[in-house]
Design a protein around this ligand. Structure first.
Ligand code: NAI
Ligand code: MG
Length: 500
């Protein structure tokens, strides 16, 4: 057991990884798993071990959920503005640690520091500030039920919230869940992803300098061993999850048995429609950012189906190839690097399997982009060259299943109707974009595209303030907005005073 002193930022991610190895953070203290078990954390750019994480089980989850339950009444009794002020203080503190958090997440996930990891750390500070400012929006209403009665509603916290996160943007996805949960008066137990447990642990350690002990707890471990007991734990009254559809179903099923609410942010197969009147240069830039090539395509909103009008198809593909070719693959910690590695050997094999399957399809063409790094020290690194497929149809496995790698399909169309029909012909419905100069077409598309987030002539990522989430298999509920906090982290209580 180790008690925390005032933390100073450590921008050497190797040293920091070793320093926080092997811990959970429960009740304000860094503690190992009760069993003493740990698992290795590796740098996907070198294959080398950088540290290890506590391999927690149900007993550790119980310890964390109990700490959260004990801390909850006092946290909820604090004025909402005071909680908001603490979150804003947390935001300022994180701003001082952006560099170290960016470096640590780059080291454990392989995401390039300049293009992705440092940006992710800044988004955490932004999300905390945003939700800190929403504290006074936890309002109820008065209801004109009867003249002799005062009837009102009030927002109350749920209690203890279980937060299960993935590895692709672990700090950001965690922040978008814990910030609204905490401001609303809940306490939290986070279960980190086994591939990326260290940066989120460090982030929680920093936040615990401002938050009362037990308000924010985090445990690391494997899904069935540590994630599942968090969902079943009797103290946990709500679960919010981001990850695969398959695991999302398991979580929802268990929550269904317990009759507790769940928010699910699952995958996507987000379409992008490029009309023949589109500004092609802008659309190409939007495809590069939308496909998250700098994150190796490991994004739930990745623009992995790009429908391009016949008339501009070849020009679009040539320009896109040139743009992706210009991205530099290399050491994630190198400032010159645009693209780092995928997260794990499992993901690498999965992505390469899709590429092989796409190549084997008749009429397909795989345009491999950029170059693998030449550096000897990166030879064991999990680098995948980005691939743009042409000649595949929307029925291809590559257009139907979430690849979660740097692979996109450019699909040719000749009529708008055909493009919209194919865009909607998917199990998923997270995000979609349309690129056109024609306002009527744009408006029609925003009405007809089946997705939670539709953009015209741009492809930006989730923003604090804007509701974010999917329809169909992409999930349940919304995140990132005021409504997300009110709808998903509070109960509405109706109160009647009878004055007769
Ligand atoms: P996953 O959905 O299995 O893992 C996400 C989180 O759920 C992790 O913290 C994991 O430990 C936990 N988990 C796993 N089994 C659990 C269980 N039975 N009960 C409770 N928690 C459990 O995703 P994984 O295996 O990392 O990736 C598989 C695929 O999922 C990826 O290839 C990608 O297609 C998709 N994915 C989508 C993400 C998104 O942002 N929507 C994020 C990560 C993965
Ligand atoms: Mg899994």
């Amino acid at each position: 057991m180790m008690t925390q002193n005032k933390l100073t930022a450590d921008i050497d991610p190797h040293r920091l990884a070793r320093a926080i190895s092997g811990y959970n953070l429960i009740g304000g203290e860094l503690v190992g798993a009760r069993s003493g078990n740990r698992f290795a954390v590796t740098n996907p750019a070198t294959g080398r071990e950088i540290g290890h994480a506590a391999q927690s089980d149900a007993s550790d989850v119980d310890r964390a959920a109990s700490a959260a339950a004990r801390a909850q009444p006092a946290w909820a009794a604090m004025s909402a503005r005071k909680r908001g002020t603490l979150l804003a203080d947390c935001s300022r503190l994180i701003a001082e640690h952006v560099e170290e958090l960016g470096r640590l997440v780059a080291l454990e996930t392989g995401k390039a520091l300049r293009t992705e990891s440092r940006v992710e750390a800044s988004v955490v500070a932004d999300a905390l500030q945003f939700y800190g400012g929403l504290a006074s929006e936890l309002k109820g209403e008065t209801v004109p039920f009867s003249p002799d009665m005062l009837t009102l509603t009030q927002r109350e916290p749920i209690g203890v919230v279980g937060v299960i996160i993935p590895w692709n943007a672990p700090m950001m996805l965690m922040a978008l869940k814990i910030a609204p949960a905490l401001v609303a008066g809940n306490t939290v137990v986070v279960k980190s992803a086994e591939e990326a447990p260290l940066a989120v642990l460090r982030l929680c350690q920093i936040l615990n300098q401002k938050l009362p002990a037990g308000v924010l707890n985090i445990v690391s471990g494997f899904g069935p061993e540590c994630g599942a007991p968090l969902v079943t734990h009797p103290a946990v009254g709500k679960v919010t999850f981001t990850g695969s559809v398959e695991t999302g179903r398991i979580v929802a099923r268990t929550a269904g048995e317990k009759l507790i609410p769940v928010t699910l942010e699952l995958g996507g197969k987000s379409p992008m429609i490029v009309m023949d009147d589109a500004d092609i240069a802008k659309a190409v830039a939007g495809a590069v950012s939308g496909m998250r090539f700098t994150r190796q395509g490991q994004s739930c909103t990745a623009a992995s189906r790009i429908f391009v009008h016949d008339k501009v198809h070849d020009e679009f593909v040539a320009l896109l190839k040139a743009r992706v070719d210009a991205l530099k693959m290399g050491d994630p910690l190198d400032e010159a690097t645009d693209i780092g590695t995928v997260i794990s050997r499992t993901q690498l094999d999965k992505v390469l399997g899709y590429i092989e399957s796409g190549r084997a399809e008749p009429h397909s063409r795989a345009l491999e982009c950029s170059q693998l790094p030449a550096d000897e020290s990166l030879r064991q690194g999990l680098f995948v060259r980005p691939v743009i497929f042409t000649g595949l149809g929307n029925a291809s496995r590559l257009a139907r299943e979430e690849i979660f790698g740097p692979v996109t399909c450019v699909i040719r169309f000749s009529s708008y109707e055909e493009a919209v029909a194919q865009a909607n012909d998917s199990d998923y419905g997270l995000a979609a974009t349309i690129w056109t100069q024609n306002l009527k077409t744009a408006l029609d598309a925003t009405r007809r595209l089946q997705a939670g987030f539709v953009q015209v002539n741009q492809n930006i990522v989730v923003q604090p303030g804007l509701s974010y989430g999917g329809v169909k298999q992409s999930g349940l509920g919304r995140e990132a907005s005021l409504e997300a906090m009110l709808d998903h982290f509070t109960h509405k209580k109706t109160v009647i005073f009878n004055m007769n």
